[in-house]
Design a protein around this ligand. Structure first.
Ligand code: ADP
Ligand code: MG
Length: 689
């Protein structure tokens, strides 16, 4: 069967379906309704409350009236049943519906009831003419609502039409089951054929959700099967390198180098790591902690444990800028210990690169800081013992697999300021232990955050003036949007000139992504040394910069930033004894989302709370960087809401793959047929063969 063989599929409609990504009957039956309208309960008019219930009512038309003035005409159609009267009101399509109704006719209205004065009304009800009251099943049913209504409008493809086509398909085909029957029984899942019928032609809401549950399970199960398979290939090993004892590096770092005592969270994380690296099992640990919680110190401690035992360590960051900043930080900390730290990125000159690679291969280089460049084939370690990954959500399974191959299954430490739920972490990383660094180092004053408009700019500047007069320093940040880098650069440059004029007694610096890294370093160093009091910059300062005396951050066009990004930026201040202030400047009309972002920032300093809001605003795909992380965009399952099911699917998949790695048992025949192509696609995606 082909799509255009279905009744009512014209060329135009076929084209629209194709444009929407529906090319075959199979695509069409997998086009699921987004929600249900339950019209199965018909209410007598008298019992309606007028408090916004969606209902079906049936009655005879007793009047059809056009009321109001020329441009504000509306149609009011009053119907009556045994118990009372109700008005349907149309503001659009007045003349069409005026002709549609006839006095005395029996009709059904479906919609949300509101009370206006004495009248119960439904604005723009869904309407159906009935021949007699036994005709009621025509309207009083459960109606699936398909997505894409705006898209399909021009070709008049409506939900009932789609439902009709799918009915035709489902009547002429029997859909084969592929889930093992023991799973259907265990989780009370409807079989595949019934599930398709239940989801497209639901007879009650319970059925619909049972079918949806089945499809979610199916989707998550296939995904987890592929993860189990991949893991088998990656062969997560259960034996690991042992770091016998801590030595001089570690001792000196904690006793001589760092000028502070560790927080409880840092101590706990470090002792968990210590235990892991001595256990004889390969460590896979995630350290979660808010911006400024002091994760870097923990990572350094862990790397020094490797160095103390004659191993190398690597530190991988998601961007070049971050890698450079970490490199700077690490060098600062580790200079007194005479440790050879090197930076490896994708943009280095060939001679320098060759030199670094040789240094890594010979073991002269003890710590490599870098970007994805670290996992390239040419990079060969003499003896990699520990790999640190910063900001883990941008790295996925593949990167970790590649890291494991860089050494003899080195320990892995993942650091994140983003609180991803544990089940998700497990899905992304397999078996991952989690340490949480709660709270911030002692003595930090919570940052005060305010949202200000253009009107208040002068006031903001006067405030800044006071802080500067008191010996403070400030960041002024401009957004950087990749597509219009030039424009933003202009913004920052103009801002820089403007600020120089406005604050003549102080030195102002400019920092942006297009500068050479030496120049960036120079500006940063000047700011750190307080040779510059104001640093105008694009978002290049996002993470890693540490200037405790800087206590003010003014963020321009704040509405353009993402929530997590704003929080990251703000994390640059509040690092010293001064009370810190973050001022979010915004003058344009904001979208609803932007308003929520700014309000959230003003109200909270808690990174986990902020991440939660961000996750809600953006959805898991965007938030976690689906593309980079290899996390699939599920069609029916919601990776956050369906966590419980995700775990069940994972357990079942793992058990099955252990028992029957290639699904060769005769009763897995159907599953194998579906899974093999699915997995091929996945493996290609992960670049694993
Ligand atoms: P994160 O990477 O978690 O955002 P960092 O590791 O960059 O945080 O640490 C933030 C700042 O706090 C740095 O200046 C660091 O030197 C400092 N710091 C870390 N641990 C402590 C501590 N226990 N007490 C005081 N300051 C600390
Ligand atoms: Mg950090």
């Amino acid at each position: 069967m082909k799509l255009n063989e279905l009744k009512g599929v014209s060329d135009k409609r076929l084209q629209a379906l194709n444009q929407y990504g529906i090319h075959s009957p199979e695509d069409l039956i997998n086009f699921f309704p987004r929600r249900l309208i339950d019209r199965s309960r018909v209410s007598p008019i008298a019992v309606l409350s007028g408090f916004g219930d969606a209902v079906t009512v049936i009655g005879n038309v007793i009047s059809i009236e056009v009321v109001g003035y020329r441009n504000k005409k509306r149609l009011e159609v009053t119907i009556e049943d045994d118990s009372g009267r109700l008005k349907g009101v149309w503001f659009k399509g007045v003349s069409y519906f005026q002709k549609f109704f006839k006095k005395g006719q029996l009709v059904a209205f479906y919609g949300t009831v509101k009370q206006y004065g004495r009248y119960l009304t439904i604005a723009h009800p869904d309407t159906e003419k009935l021949s007699d009251s036994s005709d009621i099943h025509k309207v009083a049913n459960i109606v699936p609502v398909y997505p894409g209504s705006t898209f399909f409008k021009k070709t008049y493809i409506t939900s009932p039409l789609i439902q009709g086509w799918i009915k035709q398909i489902l009547q002429s085909t029997r859909i084969k089951e592929f889930l093992p029957s023991y799973l259907l029984q265990k989780y009370h899942l409807p079989d595949r054929d019934s599930a398709y019928k239940m989801i497209h032609t639901p007879t009650d809401t319970k059925n619909f959700y049972a079918a949806l549950y089945r499809f979610k399970f199916e989707e998550l199960f296939l995904f987890q099967l592929s993860m189990a398979k991949l893991k088998q290939r990656i062969k997560l090993r259960h034996t690991g390198i042992i770091f016998e004892q801590l030595g001089e590096y570690t001792h000196r770092f904690f006793n001589e180098v760092i000028p502070f005592t560790l927080t409880e969270g840092q101590k706990q994380s470090l002792s968990a790591i210590k235990k892991d690296v001595r256990s004889g099992k390969q460590m896979n640990r995630l350290i979660q902690g808010d911006v400024g919680a002091g994760k870097t110190v923990v990572a350094i401690g862990a790397m020094l444990m490797a160095l103390d035992n004659g191993y190398q360590a690597s530190f991988m960051a998601p961007t070049e800028i971050l890698a450079e900043q970490h490199y700077r930080t690490l060098n600062e900390y580790l200079k007194p210990l005479n440790i050879n730290v090197r930076l490896l990125t994708g943009n280095q000159k060939t001679t320098l690169r060759r030199d670094i690679l040789t240094d890594i291969q010979s073991g002269g280089c003890q710590i490599v800081v870098g970007t994805h460049a670290i996992i390239q084939k040419e990079v060969q370690f003499a003896k990699l013992g520990l790999a640190v990954i910063d900001e883990q959500h941008r790295f996925g399974v593949l990167q970790r697999a590649n890291l494991l191959e860089k050494g003899d299954y080195p320990h892995i430490l993942v650091m994140s300021a983003t609180p991803i739920p544990r089940s998700l972490a497990m899905t992304l990383y397999g078996d991952l232990d989690v340490s949480l660094i709660k709270g911030l180092p002692a003595g930090r004053k919570p940052i005060k955050t305010a949202v200000r408009g253009e009107k208040s700019r002068e006031k903001v500047y006067r405030f800044l003036q006071e802080i500067l007069a008191d010996g403070g320093q400030a960041y002024i940040v401009y957004p950087l949007v990749e597509e219009s880098e030039a424009l933003d650069l202009k913004d920052a440059t103009m801002g820089y000139e403007h600020i120089q004029k406005r604050f003549p007694g102080y030195s102002v610096g400019l920092l942006h992504g297009r500068m050479k890294s030496e120049d960036k370093d120079e500006v940063m160093r000047a700011f750190i040394n307080n040779d510059l009091q104001i640093l105008v910059s694009t978002t290049v300062i996002e993470v890693g910069v540490d200037v405790p005396n800087a206590s003010v951050m003014i963020i321009e066009h704040a509405e353009r930033f993402g929530l997590s990004q704003l929080h990251q930026l703000r994390g640059r201040i509040g690092r010293g004894p001064r009370q810190s202030f973050c001022i979010l400047m915004t003058d344009v009309k904001q979208s609803k989302e932007a308003k929520i972002r700014l309000k959230t920032m003003a109200e909270s300093n808690d990174g986990f709370k902020i991440a939660e809001v961000d996750l809600k605003l953006r959805g898991p795909g965007d938030f976690l960087g689906t593309k980079q992380s290899g996390l699939p965009d599920f069609k029916v399952a919601d990776i956050l809401q369906d966590q419980e099911l995700l775990i069940k699917a994972k357990d079942e998949a793992t058990t099955l793959i252990k028992k029957d790695p290639d699904l060769e048992q005769p009763d897995q025949e159907a599953l194998r047929r579906v899974f093999v192509p699915y997995f091929k696609e996945k493996a290609r995606f992960y670049n694993i063969t």
